[in-house]
Design a protein around this ligand. Structure first.
Ligand SMILES: [Fe+2]
Ligand SMILES: [Fe+2]
Length: 162
């Protein structure tokens, strides 16, 4: 696991709220994705479903991909802007670069994962695709949140910005 120690700076209450809201929204999005599959918690495959149910899941999953990619890209951009204005060293801060690079790397990984999962879905198993996505994205985002986002959320809040 990459080292990313404490950061120094101040975050405004508005920015802090925005980050919390976006993180909650991403989490909600993942829950909504597992809800696409009726059997997600039961068998996690499409054997009990008929062709039209499978087709519905494939369609929903495909539109989820695009919405999710947009949401993640937007969140990373907002978070980077907040970092830039909150860290003591601004965009010259080493922590800023590390975090930004990590976002770029994650975006790449998510794109690859989406492509693989879309293939799996179109091979007739959207349920397996959803399971794989849920697992991988939870892992990736969990690790990122612990290592990179947690220190920002611990920044001292600026006064008088409520
Ligand atoms: Fe981040
Ligand atoms: Fe984040």
């Amino acid at each position: 696991m990459m080292q990313y120690g404490p950061v120094s700076g101040n975050i405004s209450a508005t920015d802090r709220l925005l980050l919390d809201e976006e993180h909650a929204r991403l989490e909600q999005f993942m829950n909504d994705m597992s809800d696409i599959c009726e059997n997600f918690f039961l068998h996690g495959n499409c054997l009990a479903c008929n062709r039209s149910q499978v087709a519905t899941c494939q369609g929903r999953l495909t539109s989820f991909f695009y919405d999710f990619l947009d949401l993640v890209a937007e969140h990373f951009e907002n978070e980077e802007n907040i970092l830039r204005s909150s860290l003591t060293g601004g965009d010259g801060d080493e922590r800023f670069f590390q975090h930004k690079n990590e976002h770029a790397r994650l975006m790449h990984e998510i794109n690859d994962l989406m492509r693989e999962s879309l293939l799996l879905s179109h091979q007739g198993n959207p349920s397996a695709a959803i399971r794989r996505l849920d697992q991988k994205i939870t892992e990736m985002f969990g690790a990122h949140a612990n290592v990179f986002d947690a220190p920002i959320l611990l920044l001292t809040q600026k006064d008088g910005d409520e």
